[in-house]
Design a binder for this molecule. Structure first.
Ligand SMILES: [Zn+2]
Length: 367
């Protein structure tokens, strides 16, 4: 933490959060400490912080939130106490035998904005629930890029696996030779591996033109997250087309995605933000790394974005249909990984191989 400040915090019943925030609107700064959660459940506060907090005065069954009010040098404690004492949680009313006094206390928090998701998570554990915004229109922070590159040490291995599954679907004639894998960067677990499936006729006798490798990858993650054996849609379970696909569809490995699902979607990440307590999201591929043999098309790039992946690495550029390259020889590309108008952003790289892949997807076919 480069610079620390002391802030007032106050526990209040969850139902009264809006009322208390409204009462404190003149004190709560509108443009300061926006990287910190204004309201937080006690469960998301660091345990050592909770251990030092005074009793709230509310019954234990009461659902509470802590308000981060302002820096201690911005307003006197007496003023804050007088304001909140007039709000309903602290007003004596008929039928309420005990009216708690506002239990304002002080915590130390980082004054500056986190420069990486990792720092955001670290601060959330040490100080206060923190938000990392990827909203920089000029691109990701250099520290974020540097930290992420440091995690890509096994790119060759994962790209080889993507090529393997691409080759398998190509040789089996069930799809174009395009493939990919989803990897958990925390555990290095391969969560899913899938190839293109557009050339495989269904039982109805028609091929699915949307069975791009990325779509099948995301479907596999969804199916695994619904626990193996269940299907995403009763009429459309995903089927492994090759041996490699079968291996990863049938393994239990789900990396940190398992914990995310169990914790539920109660605290979903806000648009364009990375939450300090990142375990609490139900997005399908939250912060996963995806390795692809080919640059994804618009449909697939948006599927990756909506799944909230963290990184995409692809090998072959798709000149006509690729959606990730931001700058092409004769102008601007779509750059569908980091644009100000996107609700989520991820990092993307092109992986440069020494050898060229055989039987690659024709340039007039989307990947
Ligand atoms: Zn596609």
């Amino acid at each position: 933490m480069q610079r620390a400040v002391n802030c007032y915090i106050l526990p209040i019943p969850s139902k009264t959060a809006n009322e208390v925030l409204l009462a404190l609107r003149e004190i709560i700064p509108g443009n300061e400490l926006q990287h910190l959660r204004r309201l937080s459940k006690p469960v998301y506060l660091p345990s050592h912080v909770v251990a030092n907090l005074p009793p709230t005065g509310f019954p234990p069954e009461q659902s509470l939130l802590y308000i981060l009010i302002c820096q201690t040098d911005k307003a006197p404690l007496q003023q804050i106490a007088e304001i909140v004492a007039k709000t309903s949680p602290f007003q004596r009313r008929h039928g309420r035998p005990i009216t708690p006094k506002p239990a304002v206390s002080v915590v130390t928090v980082p004054a500056n904005v986190p420069t990486s998701p990792e720092q955001c998570v670290d601060w959330g554990k040490k100080y206060w629930p923190t938000v990392y915004k990827r909203g920089n229109p000029f691109g990701p922070h250099p520290a974020m890029v540097e930290n992420t590159v440091a995690k890509l040490t096994r790119a060759d291995e994962y790209m080889a696996l993507a090529r393997k599954v691409a080759q398998e679907v190509g040789e089996a004639g069930v799809g174009y030779a395009s493939g990919g894998v989803v990897v958990d960067p925390e555990t290095n677990d391969v969560i899913a591996a899938a190839g293109d499936g557009r050339l495989r006729p269904s039982d109805m006798g028609w091929c699915n033109p949307l069975s791009h490798a990325v779509q099948r990858l995301v479907e596999m993650v969804a199916q695994k997250r619904l626990k193996r054996g269940e299907v995403v849609s009763p009429n459309n379970p995903i089927t492994a087309l090759t041996e490699t696909e079968r291996i990863y569809l049938n393994t239990e490995s789900m990396g940190t995605l398992d914990g995310q699902r169990q914790n539920g979607a109660e605290d979903v990440a806000e648009d364009g933000e990375f939450c300090g307590h990142a375990d609490n999201t139900s997005y399908l591929c939250h912060n996963m790394h995806v390795y692809l043999t080919h640059e994804p098309c618009v449909m697939c790039a948006m599927a990756l974005l909506h799944s909230r992946v963290g990184v995409v690495v692809f090998q072959h550029r798709m000149i006509r249909t690729g959606a990730l390259i931001a700058k092409i020889d004769d102008g601007l590309g779509l750059g569908l990984f980091w644009r100000p108008d996107l609700t989520w952003k991820f990092l993307a790289w092109q992986w440069v191989a020494v050898e060229e892949m055989k039987n690659e997807v024709p340039e007039n076919i989307s990947a």
